[in-house]
Design a protein around this ligand. Structure first.
Ligand code: AMP
Ligand code: FE
Ligand code: FE
Ligand code: ZN
Length: 279
């Protein structure tokens, strides 16, 4: 391949993806990618196994994570990359974030029972993830399996989407705090899928708080939209990133390599992280 491409937004079975980290790496190599970012929700447990597999697959693995945060009731996702995996403030805080997920899932299961959806246990939902990063996609999968809803979409519409009957927020932090946490752990902080979040007016404030990049390349969005965010990134002196947000079988609308980042942007990202380490 003349150019290198990276998919920097991938979930594994350590959060709400279905593929193991090893499968992610092998699929990415088969898809012709040169690099992947493992970005599970609130855990980095998938990073080391992916890195071990990467050597034989001839692919590069970037440490990553996707943090949820709250801005006045709106769910905003911040991606972190290339942070210190050993005992950094970020890695320490993830344990607390997963505990919030566990407590919240227990509340969601109890609320569903009140709503008449009985027979779902916390243990079976938690059994769908290899770590304790349990989330709504797991619960939605159980609801489909038990035929309480006809589809994952219906599960979110009826019960689990923001503001729906069994929805509980999980946030410990604002986006500003999430950005700070990533930065103080030596990482690169990126606003995930801005075209879905639709809070562009906050970007200047995020930049002041230390935001490093915008996820401009994302599946199921047009080149015009991607180019808009590339332009916005340029305007603010930010990096451009991108990825598929693959969840394996959990999300049929995307897959590894469906959206990808030209290698030149990955090099810029790594250069910034390296430059920060030397100062
Ligand atoms: P949580 O982190 O537990 O709040 O769950 C968020 C995850 O649920 C997202 O990363 C998606 O994987 C999934 N999700 C959110 N909304 C939907 C939806 N409408 N349809 C399918 N999956 C969704
Ligand atoms: Fe997810
Ligand atoms: Fe997200
Ligand atoms: Zn994601």
């Amino acid at each position: 391949m003349s150019d290198r491409y990276a998919d920097l937004h991938i979930h594994t079975c350590f959060s709400d993806g279905s593929d193991t980290p090893e499968e992610v790496v092998r699929r990415a190599a088969q898809a012709g990618l040169s690099a992947v970012g493992i970005t599970d929700h609130d855990t980095v447990d998938g990073v080391a196994p992916a890195m071990r597999e990467a050597a034989s697959a001839g692919i590069e693995v970037l440490a990553g994570v996707e943090l949820s945060s709250d801005y006045h009731g709106k769910d905003i996702h911040i991606l972190g990359y290339l942070f210190d995996l050993n005992d950094s403030p970020l890695v320490k805080k993830l344990r607390e974030m997963r505990q919030v997920r566990v407590d919240r899932m227990k509340k969601m299961v109890a609320r569903l029972a009140e709503l008449g959806v009985r027979g779902v246990t916390f243990e079976e939902v938690a059994g769908l993830t290899r770590s304790d990063a349990v989330g709504r996609l797991h619960l939605a999968q159980i609801l489909v399996a038990k035929k309480a809803v006809p589809s994952l979409e219906a599960a979110f519409e009826r019960y689990l989407g923001e503001g729906a009957a069994a929805y509980f927020p999980k946030y410990l932090q604002t986006p500003f705090e999430a950005i700070r946490l990533i930065r103080e752990s030596g990482g690169i902080a990126v606003l995930a899928h801005p075209m879905l979040t639709q809070r562009d007016e906050l970007i200047p404030a995020f930049v002041k708080a230390g935001l490093d990049g915008l996820e401009a390349y994302y599946p199921n969005c047009s080149m015009a939209v991607a180019n808009f965010y590339v332009g916005l990134a340029q305007k603010h002196g930010l990096l451009v990133t991108g990825g598929s947000d693959s969840h394996g079988k959990g999300k049929t609308s995307t897959y590894i390599g469906k959206a990808f980042l030209p290698g030149v942007h990955l090099e810029k990202m790594k250069a910034l992280a390296a430059q920060r380490r030397t100062v």
